[in-house]
Write a new protein. Sequence first.
Length: 437
Amino acid sequence: MMRFRALPVMKEPARSRSKQPNLFVLLMLLFGIVNYLTAQSLTLEYKEIDASGFSQIVSFVSVRDNSGAPIAGLTEDNFTVREDGQLESPIEVLEISEGGEGITAALVLDRSSSMRGQPIEDARSAASNFVRLLQPRDRAAVVAFNELVTTVHPFSSDTNSLVTAISGIQATGETAMYDAVIHTVTLTRPETGRRVIILLTDGADTASRNSFRQALRRATDSGIPIFTIGLSLEPGSQEEENLITLAENTAGRYYRSPTSSDLQQIYAAIAAELRNQYKITYNTHNPTTDGTRRLVHIEVQNGAASSDTSSYLAPEYVVTIAPSTTDRVSPAREFTLDFEIPQNSNYLRHQMKSLTIQLEYNSNYLKVKQPQDQNVLAGALFGPLSEHTISASVDQANGVITLELSKIPASGLIEGRGMLAHITFQASGTMPDSTML
């Protein structure tokens, strides 16, 4: 969407002595207005959002003029960031160009039988040229797919090794593009830097186990831009529409390649676009780890204005409760199962008053040792017996035990890491050694 500033009030031109309007002056004024509006137009595109360092949020955007050329020289004064409607300040703006922030790119190539001959040759050549354009800070991976999806080369900055891997890709088999999208998102998501996926395909998906909807959801949730290239696809076909949808929903871009000879120029254009962006960083006003989706709206002002919106998922704060035993579990013997928040878990910081633990077990070979009140006990996190209560409900028929543990009022709350409970079981003498308990 283009927005324009109000034009300054223009004085009425002086009339000629003949009292006829000066057509030349009017045309020049009209041309000036049109030129003013055209020169002021710009477009901001949200390219990527990275919340892996939560509560620090990193966004990558491009800003282009009406001709599509990148606009350079913008600073913090030109950008406004809002998260869920609230202004975020301060922000840090870094202009990215050659030698700047590293790119982490996954190249995904269709190697189905329809790519045989010149198409796969041109695809290999274009992808190899893209790799050769990488800077020292950049990294790339290569994924190829037919009915199977293969990581041909993991992420690396070794240009020669990547080019060698690309040169070995041969065309055969069917097409599992949706599976390739999910595979590559999974591969790329843990990576750092300016992540991007570049996907080339020439036809309909014929072999995926996953649906397009599933692939789109995984791609959208990842926050990774996907640039899609449709080779020799019928304009307006379902195959092309899927690629357009995938690109638009991930802040990428769709490229139509009528013939494989166009691929070289397309890959070069993508490389150039990735070199001209702005990195915008801020610390969210809402550092709560609640697993909610947050909307981030970025606006640029530089004569005219433009804006775009993306989103990220806040991480969930998960506390791990792990069952373990130091006893040997064998037939006709008893063993104690401990429930704890281990040292490698998040800290229990919610200061809880009570806790419910439900455990399923194999009732064919295990039973809770009796008397129950001596064999189902609270752990050290609940303090001594005078500071807590514990009740246990055992459903032996279905193999379920439910523990209810509570702190007595005025004895404090549960916080930290450590032991929560202990349950002693008696194993049957007929229990096989390989039984799942």
